[in-house]
Design a protein around this ligand. Structure first.
Ligand code: TRP
Length: 330
């Protein structure tokens, strides 16, 4: 039987967090053993940040080195950069003509952005269409993502179905893969919002490249709750901070929440925190060692992207040529 196709993407901020690792990258590492995986560094999506200080050439290599340090294997998976395959922008325009303005306007991520920033660019509105193009170009079956991207995949499925209805079966309809626990690691100080690599307060975030002192400080002072008789029990509504710590622990060690509740029965929050500091320090030290070794070798990294882009181009060109012939485009 033909292997199913997995596609996912991450923006090249070069500054991945344990949220990215637990929610997404960890899934990728497992999936590459079973499926044909395609991992994309989505530099065009980063342009929506409209920041003329973006140093994409550097951050793309940082991000790639981090992927590899986490266990993504370029001999098993295709790794490439979005802007190296021009079909993404072409399909994006075509799909935008089959997407309603109202659909884009209803996207939660867009609405949140609109509230935060008065003057937003239309790239932010079109963002989910470019994302849909990424996915649909490669006949994708599964898309491993964090919980916050679920709505974008729903939209992608709607666009693909609509397009297929008009032009015949061009696109596979992709399914999202979202972890039950850990798909939404929360901010350490404000555990009602997602841990985000672009958070202004770095105490909210554990970066994969954080040193031991930072890990210690950030976890030790992570917000929990002030229950009278504090119990280590998972309850994301009443105890979001503590539950988040349990999700982090579980995401790094593979232990279930139930196992952790048992292990820490009758113990103090600080006992849990110290244990997390220990496991995170060991875990991140290993990733960082890999990372700094790999990052030194730029030719090696550039070659991976070159080879990956060649393979991605081939697949994308086939899809676009099918669409061209249906739409009578050149
Ligand atoms: N929007 C995704 C995020 O911010 C990144 C992304 C872009 C993506 N294109 C994709 C994820 C295609 C999955 C598939 O997390």
């Amino acid at each position: 039987m033909k292997k199913k196709i997995v596609f996912s993407g991450i923006q090249p901020s070069g500054n991945l967090t344990i949220g990215n690792y637990i929610g997404v990258i960890k899934q990728w590492v497992k999936m590459q053993e079973i499926y044909n995986c395609i991992f994309c560094i989505v530099d065009l999506h980063s342009l929506t940040q409209c920041n003329n200080k973006l140093k994409l050439d550097k951050t793309i290599l940082d991000t790639l080195a981090l992927y590899l340090a986490c266990g993504i294997n370029p001999n098993k998976s295709i790794i490439f950069v979005q802007s190296h395959v021009s079909e993404h922008t072409k399909l994006s325009w075509i799909l935008s003509c089959y997407t309603y303005y109202g659909e884009l306007n209803r996207m939660t991520q867009f609405k949140n952005n609109k509230i935060k920033n008065k003057n937003i660019n239309s790239g932010i509105l079109f963002y989910p269409i470019l994302m849909s193009s990424d996915i649909l170009l490669y006949n994708t079956n599964y898309v491993p993502i964090g919980e916050d991207q679920k709505q974008h995949i729903e939209l992608c499925r709607n666009i693909a179905n609509r397009f297929n209805k008009i032009f015949g079966n061009i696109f596979n309809i992709p399914k999202p893969c979202i972890l039950k626990n850990g798909s939404r690691i929360l901010s350490l100080q404000e555990p009602y919002k997602k841990m985000s690599k672009s958070d202004n307060n770095s105490n909210n975030v554990i970066y994969l490249l954080d040193n031991k002192i930072d890990i210690f400080k950030k976890i030790k002072f992570a917000k929990t709750d002030s229950e009278k008789n504090p119990k280590i029990k998972y309850d994301i509504i009443k105890k979001p901070g503590l539950s988040n710590l349990l999700n982090i622990f579980s995401g790094i060690t593979g232990k279930t929440i139930k196992q952790l509740e048992k292990e820490f029965y009758g113990k103090l929050y600080i006992d849990l925190k110290y244990k997390i500091i220990k496991i995170l320090s060991i875990f991140l030290e290993r990733i960082q060692k890999n990372y700094y070794n790999i990052r030194k070798n730029e030719d090696f990294l550039k070659n991976i992207i070159f080879e990956g882009s060649k393979k991605a181009n081939k697949i994308a060109k086939k899809t676009i040529s099918k669409i061209n012939s249906k739409l009578k485009l050149y």
